[in-house]
Each structure stands twice: as C-alpha cells, then as structure tokens.
Design a protein around this ligand. Structure first.
Ligand code: GLN
Length: 477
C-alpha cells in the first residue's frame, strides 16, 4: 500500500504545501484506492477532479454523502425516486470545500433520505463494515464512515439528523462531528428534517475534523438558519483536561448498553480523570424521552419535505393514465419501506385533531431536553456518553424490528434535539455480544452551542491519551 494512504489530512496538506508530493499524485493515489471499493460504499467515483484552488485543503480528496447536491453529478440520497437526478447547482458545504482547495473523490452510499442507523435502507444495497463485512457500518452516513474507516478516502462529509454522523463513525472506528445547528449551511443538502439536519466531517482524527469544520462553517445567504462559528475554528491543541468538568447523565440507561461498550466507556472516564478532568453525574431527566420526541418531529418534517417528490420535478416518473395516478405510482415505486413508514407517521402526527397531541407535545419535550442541557452546561463543560449502545451489529439483525433499530440513536438524538455540538471519537475495542472479533467503540462528548473549539480541544487531548491505533483487519487470524 502507498504510504500516502497512511497520512492524515493535516499531514498530507503539509507534504503537499512543502512540495514533497504533488496534488495530482495524491489525488490519483486515493482515486485508485477508492476504485477498490468492496464495501458498496461509493455510489459514484470521480474520474478526476483534483482541486486547483490554493487553500487550507489544497489537493485533498473528500468523499461526499450522496445527500449533497453536486452540479451535473447524479445525486440520489440513495432513493429510486431520485435516480437520474443531476442537480443544476452544488451544495454550499461542497462548494466551501472546493474553495479551500479540496476535490470530490466520490459520492457515498447512505440510508435512503438519511433515514436509518445501519445503511440497510439504501435503494442501492447495504454498505459493509470495513472491520467485519457481515456487519453494518451504521447509518445513515454509513458510506462516508466506511470509506474513511476502510482506507477508501482520507476524509468525508455526512449529515446528522439524530446521530447519522456520530453513530456510523463509532461503528467504523473513526471521528465524527455533528456541529451546532446553524454552524454549516444546509443549502443544497437534501432535506430530511430541516430543524435537525446538520452537515459535519468524518475523519481519522480530531485534527482533521477541525480542519474540515474550519472550511465548512460559515454564514450563507442561501440558508437563513446558518450563522457560522464566531471566530472560526483552529487546529486543536490541548495536552490535558485540567480544570474541565465532565458530566455523565444520571439516567444513562445502563441496561441498554452492551457490557463491552460499558467497559470502554468506564475506562475512558478514568482516562479523563488521569488527564486532570473532573467527572460527576448530572440529571438530564428528559433525555430518555428524546427518541419518542424525535420519532414524531423528524417524520413530521420529513412528510412535508418529501412531498416535493411527485414525478414532475425530480428524478424518475412512473407511466400512468392520469396525473393523480402518476403521482401515486411514482411515490409507491420510488420510495422504500422506511421512507413510506415515516411519511405515514409524520402525516398522521401533523393531521388536524392529532397535531397538538403528537407534534405539539413532542416540541414541548424538545424544549425540556434543551433546558436540561442548558442547566448542565451552567455547571459543566461537557456531557459524555457512549456514542452507541452496541458495537456494529450483523446485517439483517434489526431490519425486522424498527423500534430496536431506532434505539441505536438513544445517546445521539438528545443533542440533535437541543441543537448542540457533539463528537464521537474511537475509544477502544470490544467484543460484540455473542462473541466474535473485537470491534470499535465510540465515546461521545457534547458541549454547549457554538463551543466547538473547546469541544475539539478536549477531544484532542483525550484522543492523544487513548492512542487508538487499531485498523480493520488487525484482529483477523
Ligand atoms: N437513525 C436516525 C434516523 O433514522 C438518525 C438519522 C440521521 O441522523 N439522519 O432517523
């Protein structure tokens, strides 16, 4: 394997800037690596596209979740209904990367319209976990996590509505950051649940996450909810955690956590203390209702956002006798099962007569959750949890049980509802329940809104102390 594939993004940037390697050589090396995709992680790969612009990401190839519009390049959100859709414009996030000198390496597979936690809801087949091909990479940004974890891209971007960057990052042994709502423009990012959707980086380490975030963040006149991060984002640098206070939710729901995951979580708390950080329990009494509120709010917004796919404006159109039949057949054939489930749930929750009982109530729960965090951050710098209750599970293990699938998001959904930033970093390996080779476990750190720099600095210090070096394949044989 080329040693260029071993470099982090920050290291590659330095080597390219020093003239040690050319942009074209670096891009081509990654293009060849991506060509070896045996995980079904890419839906499209670039023929060329090395960026010409000078900037902090000069020459860096980035894998882009297929939910970001890319001008002239098919963009499907892994749905049949968008097959053949070539957007006339590029998403702001992708444009910002290009302006920083990066180039698109490929478009990655995902759960259809970002609905899922295992990537099994893709219309183009599931993605496989680079650590164990019989297991899921997590979702919905499973393709983006698998290409970085599996050595098919140096870095990627994805979207997180309720955990879709953090959970797959955790299951693939990489870093995933969901920034504060509003930090990065959503323009050109195909909408799932607009009040929750947020773009973010999936990278090998925390430094690379900061590097990408620095390029991605910022106000955008095309998205009135975007504000950017005041003062920008710098490379993280912190050696210890002295004087920082970390809160563990008192209602952590220990029963739901796999023993191996719990062991890594507890060992990581010890490391935090070893670095001088303080740990205490904090009540977050409403967090456990996060899943219930999320699975009303997200489907409600989705049912509205997905009304635009009618066979007239985008992608595929079914043949039919009249226009109503055409709408119905297009939607019946174009959407997958999970997407239809959510459209029905959301439409029901928003229907007059039920609106207050479901949607209105879920919004109140959301406010309570946000208030819990605000109270916690008055006293603490960070809230920490495992990212996912389990390591990567087997393909097909949860597909017949939507509720079991939704529980994957138990630890990640509350931060999305509160709009606050959270990062998952690899913290160790654990055996899956039922035995088998060891798999990565993620550790989640959440911070107050727009405290990304503090979050990255702390995650960096912890990352150095953990020294996670394992790679897929290490445990084989
Ligand atoms: N797994 C969650 C869902 O299915 C979260 C998805 C996401 O963050 N896009 O909705």
């Amino acid at each position: 394997m080329s040693e260029l594939l071993e470099l982090t993004v920050a290291q590659a940037v330095a080597r390219i800037a020093a003239g040690d390697i050319s942009r074209a050589e670096y891009f081509e090396t990654w293009r060849e690596a991506a060509g070896g995709d045996d995980l079904n992680a890419y839906l499209w790969r670039a023929e060329d596209g090395v960026g010409e612009v000078e900037g902090p990401l000069a020459g860096i190839p980035v894998a882009v979740k297929d939910i970001f519009c890319t001008e002239g390049v098919e963009t499907t959100a892994a749905s049949r209904i968008l097959e053949g859709y070539r957007p006339p414009y590029t998403a702001t996030a992708v444009r910002r990367l290009a302006e920083a000198g990066a180039g698109v390496l490929g478009k990655t597979n995902m759960d259809e319209f970002a609905m899922g936690s295992s990537n099994e809801n893709s219309a183009f087949g599931p993605v496989r976990n680079p650590w164990d091909r019989e297991r899921v990479p997590g979702g919905s940004s499973g393709g983006s996590a698998a290409v970085v974890g599996g050595g098919l891209a140096p870095c990627a971007i994805g979207t997180d509505t309720g955990g879709s960057i953090r959970q797959p990052a955790s299951l693939c042994g990489i870093v995933g950051l969901k920034p504060t709502y509003g930090a990065i423009s959503r323009y050109g990012m195909i909408a799932f649940a607009s009040s929750l959707d947020q773009c973010g980086p999936l990278t090998r380490d925390v430094t690379d996450a900061a590097l990408l975030l620095a390029a991605l963040q910022g106000r955008d006149p095309c998205d009135s909810t975007s504000v950017g991060i005041e003062g920008g984002v710098a490379a993280p640098s912190r050696e210890d955690l002295a004087g920082l206070r970390f809160a563990v939710p008192a209602e952590l729901g220990h029963d739901a956590i796999e023993p191996g995951v719990r062991a890594v979580f507890e060992a990581t708390l010890k490391r935090i203390e070893g670095l001088g950080g303080e740990i205490a329990e904090v009540p977050l009494p409403h967090a456990e209702h996060g899943i219930s509120a999320y699975y009303v709010i997200a489907p409600a917004e989705a049912s509205s956002n997905l009304a635009r796919y009618d066979g007239v404006r985008y992608g595929t159109r079914a043949e039919a006798g009249d226009v109503i039949e055409m709408y119905e057949t297009t939607r019946a054939e174009g959407f997958g099962e999970e997407v239809k489930r959510r459209i029905m749930l959301g439409t029901y929750a928003l229907s007059s007569g039920y609106y207050d009982a479901y949607y209105g109530r879920a919004q109140k729960v959301r406010t309570k959750i946000a208030e819990d965090y605000a109270a916690a951050f008055a006293e603490f710098d960070f809230v920490v949890t495992p990212t996912s209750p389990s390591v990567a599970f087997r393909l097909g293990e949860k597909t017949d049980d939507p509720l079991a699938m939704y529980m994957n998001d138990f630890f990640t959904v509350p931060m999305s509802l509160a709009g606050i930033p959270a990062i998952s970093i690899p913290a160790g390996l654990a055996e899956p329940e039922g035995g088998g080779p060891q798999l990565p476990v993620g550790f989640q750190i959440a911070a107050a809104a727009f405290a990304e720099q503090r979050l990255l600095n702390a995650a960096y210090a912890l990352e150095q102390a953990i020294g996670f070096e394992a790679r897929p394949g290490d445990g084989d044989g």
